[in-house]
Design a protein around this ligand. Structure first.
Ligand SMILES: Cc1cc2nc3c(=O)[nH]c(=O)nc-3n(C[C@H](O)[C@H](O)[C@H](O)COP(=O)(O)OP(=O)(O)OC[C@H]3O[C@@H](n4cnc5c(N)ncnc54)[C@H](O)[C@@H]3O)c2cc1C
Length: 492
């Protein structure tokens, strides 16, 4: 059976198993020309160069990127000894944490045994890398000593920095009106953020039921000023929690959204970096709710969990003197700390590269990307160590901290690593593909796709800036089985 037929069958099974009628499922499949199209153009599966050279390849990290790299390299490098260093017995389908928060998935729905995903013929060392020594081609592990390599793939993902907000810690998630959908533990395979945020949705709803438009509950949703994975998730929680108040969540109920006031606090003055997607969010989605205020250039710096007060760093500019020569006003920068009371707050933590990479010679040594893996944004090859490549969120490149991006990194990294093994130049190029299935309400997603050049819709015949039910159906019913059965097998 060809890969495309296999993927279409899995998608069809997923849709019908999930309760969609056969007719509707077929319509969805027909529109896309096969499920393998989802999340960007299909990537090369088994095509591409291969090598029969003997070499030691070490992959560090067994999440989305690490498993995809292992699956692809196992097929392409037939005589290589491939070692995966990854501590996690359980693999989390992290995008599903948002559906957990919305009350549509349970934790067990997004967990999978990592043993089932590690490809046959790959030596799995269940351990963590504590340091990288690229000058001597080796890594040091916590329990198994040094592991040497000829080629290294860094796939450690990123780390949360809840403590970067004064007074905040992961322990507070689920207490005192605080939640955070991102919280998970990739080592023990739990997704506390998903569980706690669905409780938060329900507590917010019952508080709104007892409130009034005159005395509304106060809800704050935040976004930090660091790079984050899935840049749309802070807004997904904003819209879905508000929509749950409108009675559109899985437990229904009356519309009590007028009894709540939401503030969305972030750096910058846009909801989305690209104008078309931003326009939809500003002109259609936000007004549709009628109770959301965007607080531009407000970054959460401190939280008092007992008193329920959040403190934001607010930056703004005022006009200074008029400069006759330049024919414009000087702009003066101001910073003030602003306290805001809340009943419920959704905290998105600042994010950073994992310490083992940041403290090694592999990270960018200076600049805004300091600590993130210093790779070429196109070839994904390290800029100073030619036998080192990266995949996934750890990459210090301009775009792409999403699972969809990692899926596009996979074939590029494989082709280029094989080229270097064969003594050739790496020529495959990552195009910057990033996908954000932005849930604008229950039942609708704006499928924002873009690359280094701008908007990059997989289905250009459908206006990509329009939220649609079909993308919701894809995301809810199809992406998870496609992730387990195709992406993790290096088949798309
Ligand atoms: C709430 C949420 C919503 C999301 N929504 C979407 C979405 O809708 N669409 C989308 O495409 N993406 C989404 N993502 C992002 C997506 O999950 C990530 O981009 C993707 O998992 C990145 O893969 P990765 O391999 O780089 O990192 P991960 O999958 O996080 O894996 C990294 C692995 O490395 C391991 N590791 C870390 N340090 C070490 C070490 N020192 N030694 C050994 N192993 C180590 C960790 O244990 C972990 O298992 C979402 C993520 C979250 C949290």
């Amino acid at each position: 059976m060809s890969n495309e037929i296999k993927s279409s069958k899995i998608a069809y099974d997923a849709l019908t198993t999930a309760g969609m009628s056969r007719r509707d499922a077929l319509k969805v499949m027909g529109l896309t020309g096969g499920a393998a199209m989802m999340m960007g153009a299909p990537t090369r599966a088994e095509a591409g160069p291969s090598s029969d050279k003997k070499a030691k390849i070490v992959i560090v990290g067994g999440g989305a990127g690490g498993i995809m790299a292992a699956a692809r390299l196992r097929k392409a490098a037939s005589n290589a000894e491939i070692t995966l260093i990854a501590p996690n017995e359980t693999h989390l389908y992290q995008p599903g944490q948002v559906f957990m928060a919305a009350g549509l998935y349970k934790q067990s729905d997004i967990q999978h045994s990592n043993a089932d995903l590690v490809p046959d013929g790959v030596n799995w060392v269940k351990d963590e890398v504590t340091s990288f020594d690229p000058d001597n081609n080796k890594v040091t592990t916590a329990k198994n000593g040094d592991v040497s390599y000829d080629y290294l793939v860094v796939a450690t993902g990123l780390a949360y920095n809840y403590e970067g907000i004064e007074g905040m810690s992961p322990d507070l998630v689920g207490k005192n009106g605080i939640s955070s959908v991102y919280l998970n533990n990739p080592v023990d395979g739990t997704a506390k953020g998903g569980v706690a945020t669905w409780e938060w949705f329900k507590e917010m709803r019952s508080a709104a039921e007892s409130a009034s438009p005159e005395k509304p509950i106060k809800v704050i949703c935040t976004q930090p000023d660091t790079p984050i994975k899935c840049g749309g998730a802070p807004q997904k929680i904003l819209y879905l929690s508000d929509d749950n108040l409108r009675g559109n969540g899985p437990e229904g109920g009356a519309d009590v959204s007028k009894n709540a006031q939401f503030s969305f606090c972030k750096k910058g003055t846009k909801l989305f970096g690209l104008p078309g997607y931003n326009k939809t969010l500003v002109e259609e989605v936000t007004p549709m709710y009628g109770n959301i205020t965007d607080k531009w250039n407000h970054v959460l710096r401190k939280i008092d969990a007992e008193k329920k007060i959040a403190t934001f760093e607010h930056t703004y500019q005022t006009k200074g003197e008029y400069d006759k020569d330049l024919e414009e006003y000087d702009m003066i920068n101001h910073t003030e700390m602003v306290e805001m009371e809340y009943d419920f707050i959704h905290v998105v933590p600042p994010m950073k590269p994992v310490d083992a990479v940041a403290s090694s010679p592999l990270g960018w040594q200076k600049g805004t990307a300091k600590g993130w893996l210093e790779c070429d944004q196109y070839t994904l090859q390290h800029r100073r160590y030619e036998n080192v490549f990266g995949i996934g969120d750890i990459l210090g490149i301009p775009k792409g901290k999403t699972g969809g991006s990692a899926r596009h990194h996979g074939p590029v990294l494989t082709e280029n690593l094989i080229a270097v093994m064969n003594g050739k130049k790496p020529e495959a190029k990552f195009d910057g593909y990033t996908v954000c299935p932005l849930k604008t309400q229950y039942g609708e997603i704006m499928l924002a796709e873009f690359d280094f050049d701008g908007v990059a819709p997989s289905f250009p015949f459908l206006d990509p800036t329009k939220p649609r039910w079909i993308w919701w159906a894809f995301d809810l019913y199809m992406l998870k089985p496609m992730y387990w059965h195709l992406m993790m097998k290096g088949l798309m």
